[in-house]
Design a protein around this ligand. Sequence first.
Ligand SMILES: NCc1[nH]cc(CCC(=O)O)c1CC(=O)O
Length: 310
Amino acid sequence: MRNIIIGSRRSNLALTQTQWVIDQLNKVSDEYSFDVKKIVTKGDQILDVTLSKVGGKGLFVKEIEQAMYNHEIDMAVHSMKDMPSQVPEGLTIGCVPEREDHRDAFISEDHVKLDDLKEGALIGTSSLRRGAQLQAYRPDLQVQWIRGNIETRLRKLKEENFDAIILAAAGLKRMGWSTELVTEFLDPEICLPAVGQGALALECREDDEDLLQLINKINNEYTARTVQAERKFLSLLEGSCSVPIAGYAVLEEDEVVLQALVSSSDGKTVLKETVRSKDPIEAGEKAAELLINRGAKKLVEEAKEELEGQ
Ligand SMILES: NCc1[nH]cc(CCC(=O)O)c1CC(=O)O
C-alpha cells in the first residue's frame, strides 16, 4: 500500500477540496492511503493589497510546486483558476475532476437582487473581472476591493458598509454553504466566470506514473476539454492578471463552445467573443485571435501601465 502525501493550502476551502479528492480516489482504489500536508503560500500571507499588484496567481502555487520537486509531497489539489497558464517543467496537471458550479454567486444584505440594488450601491470584490462586468451591467454601482478568505469576506459584508459581495459559487457549494447565503447565481451573460472557475487541477510529478494512473481514474473528460479551451485562450493573453479576463466553455455535441472576454477595469470597454471548434486548443486560439484583433492586447498594455504608475 502506497501512502500519497498531498500538499494543500491551509484554508478551509483548500482542505475541503483536498478531502473531496481523497474521497473520490478512495472510491476507485483501495491500494493507497493519503496524508495531507498543509503549506502556507505567499498568496495566503499577503492580505492587504489586490493580488494583481503583487504578482497574481502564481502566489498560491509556487511553494506547493517546490515541495513537489523536493519530494516532500507527491501531489497537490489546486483550484484551477489559481493555476498560472504554464505548468513548470517536470510537473503536470494529471487529472481534472468534474467541475463544480462555474458561476459567480451574488450575496447581498437582506437578499436584494442585483437588479434591485439601490443606485450607487457598494459592491465588494477582489476580482477585476467581477468588478468590471458588474459596472458594465450597472454603471452606477461602486466597487471596492475586499480581500480575505470566504469567511472573512462574509464577515465584512455584515460589519463593513458593503451592500453586496460576489464569490465563486463553487467554493460556497464545496463548503456546503450556498443555499442560505446566495441571493442569486449570476448568469454568464452578466458575469462570465474566470477561466477554470469551479474546476480543480490535480498536479503531480510528470514521472510519477503510478500516481498518474490512479488520478486519471477520476479525470472528467468534459471538464478537461472545456477547461483546456479556456486555458489556451488565457495563455495567449499575457499579463492577464492586470486586466479583467474571463472564459467559459461548454460542449455542444462534440464541439467546444467558448465564450471569452477581455475588458477595461472600469467595464467601459468590453470585448467579447463566442467561438466553436471540435478542438479545444483551436477554440482557445480562435477566441484569443479575435479578441487581440479587436484590441485586447492594447487593453492589457494600458492596464499594466496603470498598475505600474500606482
Ligand atoms: N480567488 C480565490 C479562489 N480560488 C478559487 C475559489 C473558489 C473555487 C473556484 O472558483 O474554483 C476562490 C474564491 C472565490 O473566487 O470566491
